[in-house]
Write a protein that binds this ligand. Sequence first.
Ligand SMILES: CC(C)(COP(=O)(O)OP(=O)(O)OC[C@H]1O[C@@H](n2cnc3c(N)ncnc32)[C@H](O)[C@@H]1OP(=O)(O)O)[C@@H](O)C(=O)NCCC(=O)NCCS
Length: 258
Amino acid sequence: MDPSTTAPSETLLPAERCPDLASLDELRLRGLSEFFDPFLGAFARDTLRTGGEVWVSRSGDSVDGLYLYLESERQGAVFTHSRPIAESFSARHSGSSTYSDFPLGTRSELFRIYEGTATGPDPSHRFRHPVRAGGDADRLEVLGLMRGVHGVVDDAWFTSIARENEVCFVVEGDRELAGVGWASISSGVGRLHSLSVRPRYRRTGVGTDLWHARMRWAAGSGAGPVVTEISEHNSGSRAIAEAGGMRWVGQIYRSFGR
Ligand SMILES: CC(C)(COP(=O)(O)OP(=O)(O)OC[C@H]1O[C@@H](n2cnc3c(N)ncnc32)[C@H](O)[C@@H]1OP(=O)(O)O)[C@@H](O)C(=O)NCCC(=O)NCCS
């Protein structure tokens, strides 16, 4: 850790910036998040890989807060059970948004955490679209789809589509990709994220097929529980997760306005 990167303002709680993968490997990132603990190492590595900031706060020998921030998306995520730590980290970048266990700032959006069990192929599901695992040859198409659906997307996330312990499933449309969605696994826990369908293909079962393909992959990769976070305003994704038997087990918030 670089001591020169401790808190720049007395209003912030002390924290250290983690400069590289080697210093990250020394950290024990456990007990910071009810649902995302298994993924914190991967989140932090991805943040460094994409040029973002990784900060930790400590209580004695243990890490009691982790903050990941990406300037290109003006977005951060705090993992801690302490509201003061979450507030202090989120105050580091005014005007950005922050995901955390707490509603912070002046406005928050609730994301439901859904959990299901990876049980392998569901014989009652009939795929309506061909779904396949994407590869690096799909990189530009995937990036184009993500930008079309979400607006600003940092292409640093997409230097490689195939990643360790993570898969990107795609559905082909009419000379373009119709939809994409990722699944990852860590310590026997699966996570589904970033399900995205081009508007012209919506309500034709693309999202549902991608959900089933990812749950199959998670089961085949050894996952038991599978989690996914979905905005309370996203009735489409919620309907897909609920139809698949996932249950709402908790929540996090994306906060704005600091
Ligand atoms: C949410 C999203 C992935 C749904 O994909 P989709 O391919 O349209 O979903 P499906 O066709 O499989 O829909 C299955 C069911 O979900 C429900 N559903 C889907 N979209 C819905 C919507 N906008 N409002 C209400 N219910 C919806 C319906 O019950 C639907 O079945 P039906 O069409 O027979 O009524 C897509 O709208 C999308 O990409 N949205 C923008 C990005 C996004 O929000 N991603 C989620 C991040 S977690």
